[in-house]
Design a protein. Structure first.
Length: 493
């Protein structure tokens, strides 16, 4: 007892630090941060906020230059009725937002979106910082007996076993990467949060989803078996107008396959802007890509449609914008399929449960090659197709009414009686696309609603900023809705 008493008297500092009262849980802890750097959570964390012109990343410096060439000062356009390009970079968000500092101080609306712009700025610098991004580590197969919840991102990451998703920034990074495959899984899976209880799935939609789920899942109580079988043929997923989603790494799409351990998936990316490996391009396109002069000289045998020298000189002065299409890395299993489909295409078997193919062509030109269709084994997705946007080829009408764009595609899909799910990047975009269906011949009154328009639980959590106007920010796959060709035979009605 004497030794214990002496020990307590000799360590007053230890006694004061270890003492804890009953009401100590409500006492605020003293912030242990370095003076002048309270904004940073850790002393060794790299600085993520930079002005675009002072960014350590060359790609972000170039983006700042593009914004200065494309964006107009909002004060000049609204007050002075004059267009002036932005030059001044906001010290709070780091983006070029106004032509001068005076206009930046006058603009009271800038505070509404300044926080989001700073968030995007820091997220991009985090991706360019060179650190190991642990949140991109994907989990493997779902252990036997475990169930994955598809209520929202947070619960999905927890029940699926994703590591290192402990900050909002990590969630934004990963949601942007997984929004495309998980949007598909969030609709088709039997544990989807989109159901009849929340009135998102209609009675007709329930019939369509039950048909697809008989292919994706084994009957209740039956053991999970891998690979195709006569009872469960492969499910074909057609992604129409595919763009950025066609360039995702294969291990990202494999997360969709892992959600259905008993199914075999065949994913088809179709559209004029899909990403392809070099081996899948025609020989003449490869030559044009290697030699810019080859594109200027017309091919032989085109005498009647050849461009005259005078017209060629005029065309040189025109600036025709073409989207930059990412080039895919070819694996040893990648096959060139141009001989089978007649268009630049490839097929890559990922494993015994997943195969990915891409065809660079308008869907209407190759629709017949995929027939016949079956509502039990075929489903269509269109990610942010822009049905309601003005047509680029026919002035005065929308893209869904233009026969050279979506006007010739949607009637073909409705004839198959297969489900079509469409996403939009904002509430306005979803409403615009839905309203564009009205009054279009061959589409209006020819479909049943299977999924009512609403928010997508697996939308991207990251804001995407328009370079021509930083005030415009959207989220990929914000909303989702679905239709199917009208069925006149309804035995269960």
């Amino acid at each position: 007892m004497l030794a214990l008493r002496l020990a307590r008297q000799s360590t007053p500092a230890l006694r004061s630090t270890c003492r804890r009262t009953f009401f100590g849980f409500s006492r605020k802890k003293e912030p242990s941060v370095v003076a002048g750097r309270a904004r940073k959570p850790e002393d060794d964390e790299p600085e993520l906020f930079h002005l675009h012109s002072q960014s350590p990343s060359p790609a972000l410096r170039l983006r700042g230059e593009r914004v200065k060439k494309l964006a107009a000062c909002p004060v000049c356009t609204s007050v002075d009725k004059v267009r002036k390009n932005v030059k001044h970079e906001c010290p709070d968000c780091g983006w070029p937002t106004h032509c001068t500092e005076e206009h930046w101080e006058q603009d009271n609306e800038h505070a509404k979106y300044c926080t989001r712009l700073r968030e995007v700025n820091e997220d991009d610098h985090d991706l360019q910082s060179g650190r190991r991004i642990d949140e991109f580590s994907m989990p493997g197969p779902i252990p036997y007996g475990e169930t994955v919840s598809l209520a929202n991102w947070d619960i999905f990451w927890y029940t699926r076993g994703f590591p290192s998703i402990d900050t909002e920034r990590a969630g934004r990074h990963l949601s942007k990467l997984l929004t495309y495959p998980m949007t598909i899984a969030g609709v088709l899976h039997e544990y989807s949060s989109l159901n009849t209880r929340n009135q998102r799935v209609t009675p007709e939609g329930l019939r369509s989803l039950v048909a697809l789920r008989t292919t994706l899942h084994v009957p209740m109580g039956a053991p999970e078996t891998h690979g195709p079988s006569p009872d469960r043929p492969p499910l074909r997923i057609f992604i129409l107008g595919s763009r950025a989603e066609s360039s995702l790494p294969t291990h990202v799409w494999n997360q969709l396959s892992l959600m259905f351990p008993s199914a075999t998936l065949s994913i088809y990316h179709i559209g004029p802007e899909v990403s392809l490996p070099k081996v899948s391009l025609p020989a003449e396109e490869q030559a044009q890509a290697a030699s810019p002069q080859a594109a200027a000289s017309p091919p032989e045998g085109k005498d009647s449609l050849a461009i005259s020298p005078s017209d060629a000189e005029e065309l040189k002065s025109l600036k025709i914008w073409k989207p930059k299409i990412a080039e895919l890395k070819m694996s040893k299993f990648t096959r060139n399929e141009i001989a089978n489909y007649g268009v630049p295409s490839y097929t890559s078997p990922i494993n015994d449960q997943l195969q990915i193919a891409a065809l660079r062509s308008p869907y209407a030109d190759i629709h017949a090659q995929f027939g016949p269709f079956d509502p039990y084994t075929d489903v269509f997705f269109a990610f942010q197709p822009g049905f309601g946007f003005p047509s680029q080829h026919t002035p005065g009408i929308t893209q869904i009414a233009s026969q050279s764009e979506w006007g010739s595609v949607i009637p073909l899909i409705l004839e198959t009686k297969c489900s079509l799910f469409v996403t939009g990047f904002s509430p306005e975009d979803v409403e615009r696309d839905v309203r564009s269906l009205e009054g279009v011949p061959g589409i209006a009154n020819e479909f049943d609603w299977i999924l009512t328009p609403g928010e997508n639980p697996f939308k991207s959590l990251r804001w995407e900023v328009a370079e021509f106007d930083p005030r415009l920010m959207v989220r990929n796959n914000w909303g989702i809705w679905g239709i199917r060709g009208q069925s006149f035979i309804r035995p269960f009605a």
